[in-house]
Design a protein around this ligand. Structure first.
Ligand SMILES: [Zn+2]
Length: 412
């Protein structure tokens, strides 16, 4: 790979209050080699990108997406041949890259084969930290058995069934998922919006089951991440040692304080609910009415509750839940994070360095620093002045991952 020289950009790092103006960046062997204030470093470089006084940011990390999902419609599971899910994912991942996301914490469905395909750079895709298959209780969110008698559960080699109950059952299932090579364990600790027969207010998995999953994951040096809307569920998860709460809709002040004290992340995925309400579900979706009803209840209270969590000092991760909504909308979440109280820079931190810290990858990704992987994006507008601009794909001019230009090439 030829070295790249990016001239004349303003660098926005997640920990700098002010941009580093008019810098010149040298990339070699996939790494950021040096950041210069003068242009002389251009000598010897082969590929030159003129940054045109635009803004250079680290590639974003979406901590909650599903690259293998396209709406989670049960009807799709009935009609799609298995291979189609994977070919769809190729496009999903290109859309994710084009949006400025170079790493994804995949909260369910991407398996080790998808991760390997990215590592082999077979097609443009975000780097993946995968959970493979979320654990769910019988009758809970992500148990795909319908009262019609049809089971919509997808199951193939390397992709285990996720339902499990009881201490022995969850231990065995955690081990089965670990055998499938995850980077973290994902569980469904409350009912959900997209699943029939469950209520987001009801917690799922009892404390003994939660503790068993967390202990087994810990033994394998893996963190556990929980989908959880329910207040009671969030508290149970926090006490059991879960490291990241997804959605967190019904969180209150007391539980927020518990999360802050235990340094548990919250990934509120605000954009997904807003988008689903605005755009609705396709008319052929037989579960559309039920989903819309639950959604309206959730959105009513979520903003206020998540704002409370922010005020109480909970650390946030940026997650879009793309896969439920169209891929490529990932950075639209930043605007909603600012709506609940984060500063634009804090929202950028949630979407970059904090996402890296969750996996102890902060020495490799999450900021523009010498020695780190060259995962970066160039955008036209200053996101500190207009955080919503990051949600506009056309504003993302260039995407580079490991020193490879994956989007638009203003090359000379
Ligand atoms: Zn999700």
């Amino acid at each position: 790979m030829p070295p790249i020289y990016i001239k004349n950009v303003n660098i926005i790092n997640p920990f700098d209050e002010e941009p580093l103006d008019e810098r010149h960046v040298v990339i070699k062997d996939g790494k950021i080699v040096s950041l210069h204030t003068d242009e002389s470093a251009i000598y010897g470089s082969h590929v030159v990108i003129d940054g045109e006084d635009n803004y250079l940011l680290p590639g974003f990390i979406d901590s909650h997406a599903h690259v293998m999902a396209n709406g989670f419609h049960k009807e799709d599971t009935m009609k799609n041949p298995l291979a189609l899910h994977f070919y769809n994912a190729v496009k999903n991942m290109k859309d994710t890259i084009d949006a400025g996301v170079t790493t994804v914490r995949d909260c369910g469905l991407a398996d080790i084969g998808v991760k390997m395909a990215q590592e082999k750079k077979i097609f443009p895709a975000p780097k993946l930290n995968i959970s493979v298959k979320p654990l769910a209780i019988t009758g809970g969110h992500f148990d795909f058995f319908l009262n019609s008698g049809f089971d919509m559960e997808l199951n193939y080699p390397g992709f285990p069934v996720g339902t499990c109950d009881g201490v022995e059952g969850v231990l065995k299932k955690t081990r089965e998922v670990i055998r499938a090579c995850p980077d973290f364990i994902k569980i469904m600790a409350s009912g959900g919006i997209l699943s029939p027969y469950t209520s987001p207010e009801v917690s799922q998995f009892n404390p003994k089951e939660l503790k068993t999953i967390v202990d087994e994951a810990k033994n394998n040096r893996l963190k556990v991440v929980a989908h959880c809307h329910s207040l009671e569920g969030i508290e149970k998860c926090a006490k059991a040692g879960i490291k990241s709460i997804e959605h967190g809709t019904f969180i209150d002040k007391k539980t927020s304080q518990l999360l802050a004290k235990k340094r548990i992340y919250l990934t509120p995925t605000l954009i997904v609910h807003h988008t689903l309400i605005e755009e609705g579900f396709p008319s052929w979706d037989k579960f559309a009415d039920d989903k819309t009803k639950k959604l309206k209840e959730v959105v009513k209270i979520q903003k206020e509750n998540i704002a409370t969590a922010y005020e109480e000092g909970v650390k946030f991760l940026m997650g879009s839940d793309c896969g439920v909504i169209d891929h490529g909308r990932n950075l639209g979440e930043l605007k909603y994070l600012v709506d609940v109280g984060l500063s634009p820079l804090e929202a950028i931190q949630a979407g970059t360095i904090e996402g890296a810290r969750f996996f102890n990858q902060e020495n490799q990704i999450g900021s523009i620093e010498e020695g780190k992987n060259a995962d970066m994006i160039i955008v036209r507008k200053n996101p500190i002045d207009d955080i919503g601009s990051l949600g506009d794909k056309d504003n993302v001019l260039t995407v580079i991952q490991d020193g490879e230009i994956l989007k638009d090439k203003p090359i000379f």
